[in-house]
Design a binder for this molecule. Structure first.
Ligand code: PMP
Length: 394
């Protein structure tokens, strides 16, 4: 089969999976009004499918910081951190991330995807082992592939399965990086971090925690699952992204290991790409300040999340195992999920449609995500529409 025929075949498989459902992916946003509203298809739509957990995308402080940085430093750095792209803002943000986590140091990457790719591929090489949760994000899988290490998956959030695999590794467990996420992006559940920390200590492995969806969401100052569980000093590497609670684009890795700094000299996803733009860095620095002082925002976010999660459970929907800003409705088939997605769009509500293989265990998901800017009235409206759809589609 030719290279282009392979793409034709993939396109045909995609269309067969969901005839008429292609429009759900990459939907054009015509105008964006706020953290909760946009114009799509000529209509005002309630956004319930972003990762804007603290609702900061239009924050005055972040916008002003971005404008000032463009005026002072221009629109882009045009180069890598290793060459001409290492401005004082990048270094200041790294110091601020290290302070925020009370860790020795941090590295800023150009995206969250690259933070995982760059960290994993710098730590692991041929002959080493990546022991990863089966529901890991694609950036974790891709980082493992780039590293050349052997990749072993353990059953999602299953500490016994993790232990079984560590035991089988024997001496190799000492060359193993365990990788888990603070909040999983599809079902919104949290890793059993205390159990995982105990195992990594017992077997002499290292632990990387991706706080992409938990930064700003969990813990008194918003560090994530490390703070909620009090395990800040027990996780070897924490990665995360600017693209969710911080409303920018970029990523970071923080650690107490002095070797972190050496990654700058070996990590291709750090070296061979341009550094984040001055506006991105400035807005992220402003957002990190708001995030760490954002107890009130987190309280609102959790009130909203719990309101929707319990409403959907009461209606009878199968939802993820625990409440949080990601509330996933779990459905058996792509057709059911598409019917629900279409029903929500008809009621002017945008959510994420997630089909296999992106959804776990062959299921399909209607993934709702809540933020601190949603009002109780908006959540009531969503619950009412979902209640009507439940009656219609079941
Ligand atoms: N890790 C996880 C768990 C994610 O869900 C994502 C993005 N969805 C990333 C990393 C990558 O972050 P970014 O989109 O900012 O590159």
């Amino acid at each position: 089969m030719s290279l282009l025929e392979k793409l034709d075949r993939a396109a045909a498989a995609r269309k067969a999976q969901l005839p008429g459902g292609i429009g759900a992916f990459g939907i054009p946003i015509e105008a964006i009004y706020s953290a909760t509203e946009a114009r799509i298809g000529g209509r005002k739509i309630l956004l319930l499918g972003t990762n804007n957990y603290l609702g900061l995308s239009f924050s005055t402080e972040c916008r002003e910081a971005a404008h000032a940085a463009i005026d002072a430093e221009g629109t882009g750095t045009t180069g890598s951190r290793m060459a001409n792209g290492n401005y004082s803002g990048h270094r200041a943000l790294e110091a601020e991330f290290a302070d925020f986590y009370h860790c020795r140091s941090s590295i800023v990457f150009t995206t969250g995807y690259q933070a995982n790719l760059g960290t994993i591929s710098a730590l692991l090489g041929k002959g080493d082992v990546a022991l990863i949760d089966g529901d890991s994000h694609a950036s974790i899988y891709d980082g493992c592939i780039l590293s050349g290490a052997d990749v072993i998956r353990f059953r999602h959030n299953d500490r016994d399965d993790l232990e079984k695999r560590l035991r089988r590794l024997g001496e190799r467990s000492k060359n193993t990086l365990i990788i888990v996420e603070g909040i999983y992006s599809m079902l919104g559940d949290q890793a059993p971090l205390a159990d995982i920390v105990n195992l990594k200590k017992q077997y002499g492995s290292l632990l990387l925690l991706d706080e992409a969806h938990s930064l700003g969401v969990l813990g008194e100052t918003g560090q994530g699952l490390v703070e909620k569980t009090g395990l800040n000093q027990d996780v070897d590497f924490i990665t995360g992204t600017f693209s969710k609670s911080l409303c920018g684009i970029g990523g970071y890795c923080v650690s107490n290991h002095e070797q972190l700094d050496q990654m700058r000299y070996v990590s291709h996803p750090y070296i061979f790409t341009a550094s984040p733009s001055p506006a991105t860095i400035a807005a992220t620095r402003a957002a990190l300040k708001i995030l760490s002082a954002g107890t009130e925002l987190r309280k609102r976010l959790w009130q909203n999340a719990e309101q929707l999660y319990s409403a959907l459970k009461n209606i009878g929907y199968q939802v993820g195992p625990q409440p949080g800003p990601i509330v996933a409705i779990i459905l058996d088939s792509p057709e059911q999920a598409l019917a629900m997605w279409n029903g929500l769009m008809a009621a002017n509500i945008y959510v994420n449609l997630i089909l296999p293989p992106a959804a776990p265990e062959g299921k399909s998901l209607v993934r709702c995500s809540i933020n601190a800017a949603h009002t109780p009235e908006q959540i009531n409206y969503v619950s009412q529409v979902l209640s009507e759809l439940y009656a219609k589609l079941h």
